[in-house]
Design a protein around this ligand. Sequence first.
Ligand code: PBG
Length: 324
Amino acid sequence: MIRPRRNRKSPAVRALVRETTLSASDFIYPLFVHDKNADEAIDSMPGCIRWSIEGLLKEAGEAQALGIPAVVIFPAISEDLKSSDAAQCYNDDGLIPRAIKALKAAYPELCVITDVALDPYNSDGHDGLVAENEHGIIEIINDETVEVLCQQALCHARAGADMVSPSDMMDGRVEAIRTTLDSEGYQDVSILAYTAKYASAYYGPFRGALESTPKAGDKKTYQMDPANVHEAIRETLLDEEEGADIIMVKPAGPYLDVISQVRNATTLPLAAYQVSGEYLMIKAAAKDGWLDEQAVMMESLIGIKRAGADIIVTYFAKQAASCL
Ligand code: PBG
């Protein structure tokens, strides 16, 4: 008789036949930073903190000590520095360039990744520049935005970022950023492209963390329709052609089929972003003991890996690395 249970009969046999494994080196750890001297708990994301630069250094150091190779940093910008042209995003003395310099000085081996998009700096809260068309309807203007994104990426490269990560979903930005970086001597700065980023309600807690909720409208004219997967393949082929080094799908858990199909469409490394809402649902369910937090966390991560992701961006990075 054929008995599949023989391959499950002991921890040793299960270890031998295990198809997917998680390692601390799979993780990118997202960190929030603000321009204050004190660290501040984020109400919308229990367990996450808006770090001062000093706090950021301590947290990144702990992550690196656990074997996590990379962090991605997101700035909470004070309201008075936001504007409709988002010009603060390419200020060489701004918060993110200072954070990059501090991180690279303290941990030269840590891979420092930055987010490239205008929302933290834009008084309108959109990832791109906002204009009103002749009917009074708000539009996110693509090509003008891409020019600003190139300035932002260049500013991060000048400060020493290892990788820039455009999360804005404007057309043509990967190629434009690649060309800009190359022409300024930053040919070694990588691009981790948010290739298939969906217009998702799971980003709510993150927008709370940065106070970056759009003032008007939604992000559906640039982020993808959750109903679509062919479009994710189209975006993948484009980003590959435009020079992306790593492709990303976001969110992760509710989009495992997208991860799997994108995996089969490219030979580039594939990342998936377990976003704030996915993190929060697990945290919330575990708070009153409804779910076993650690077990569900690990299962959610292995599922993303099994679907085909090589890399996982997750707020659980440190917690998960500690159990590995
Ligand atoms: C914005 C950006 C968002 C996230 C990462 N970069 C939010 C958005 O697009 O509205 C979401 C991350 C998360 O929810 O954890 N450029």
